[in-house]
Design a protein around this ligand. Structure first.
Ligand code: GRF
Length: 206
């Protein structure tokens, strides 16, 4: 299965996917970042995965997305993995990759879409928080949810400590979901995720 991974920064999720790429039968054909000089790019290039930078800052959304689509499509990927990619995609782009683009979001969706999820979860008095993996559709962080992992919020937690705990979960859940996709056990149909032909009315807890 050919994968293009989109990142904007550190790339620890990319690293987790790289580490399991043989086990999950994934050929990462390109890593694309919308930010230059980020650690995620180094993680890819040190094992000779081709990398591309397409700067997003100050670029009109449609113009950026067209460049992005052109670059992705050169590689004819089977799956497009958003791994800490911080740019909102246009409906044209999400539609173009419907059913083969996945995202990981650090909250128990549908709670806390968007940014600063850890801070918002603490400030709202939540006792649980976590991470979701979902198909990407037009509306931000709203596509069919596939799987979630939960962590407890303790009184001592800060946004930073919570982020650390959740990243540990992220590094496990994302390769797991990607492996279902690469085994063709996971599909999107009529805006619903199906695993082994069963609709996922609830996320799978990993
Ligand atoms: C993760 O928390 C991910 O859920 C969010 O951005 C962060 C990226 O971390 N979308 P990394 O770049 O993979 O280390």
């Amino acid at each position: 299965m050919k994968a293009v991974v989109l990142i904007s920064g550190n790339g620890s999720n990319l690293q987790a996917i790289i580490d399991k790429r043989f086990a999950i039968n994934l050929n990462i054909v390109c890593v694309i970042s919308d930010k230059p000089n980020v650690l995620g790019l180094t993680r890819a290039s040190r094992i000779s995965i081709p990398t591309k930078v397409i700067i997003s800052q100050g670029i009109e959304r449609e113009v950026f997305d067209e460049k992005l689509r052109k670059t992705i499509d050169i590689y004819t990927p089977d799956i497009i993995i958003l791994a800490g990619f911080m740019r909102i995609l246009t409906p044209r782009t999400t539609q173009h990759y419907l059913g083969k683009m996945l995202n990981i979001h650090p909250s128990l969706l549908p709670k806390f879409k968007g940014l600063n999820t850890h801070k918002r979860a603490i400030e709202s008095g939540e006792t649980q928080h976590g991470v979701s993996v979902h198909f990407v559709t037009q509306v931000l962080d709203s596509g069919a949810i596939i799987a979630q992992s939960i962590v407890a919020i303790t009184p001592l937690d800060t946004p930073e400590s919570l982020a650390q705990k959740i990243l540990v979960k992220e590094h496990k859940i994302y390769p797991q979901v990607i492996s279902w996709f690469s085994q063709q056990r996971l599909i999107l149909k009529d805006n619903t995720a199906y695993l082994d032909n069963k609709p996922l009315h609830q996320p799978i807890y990993v």
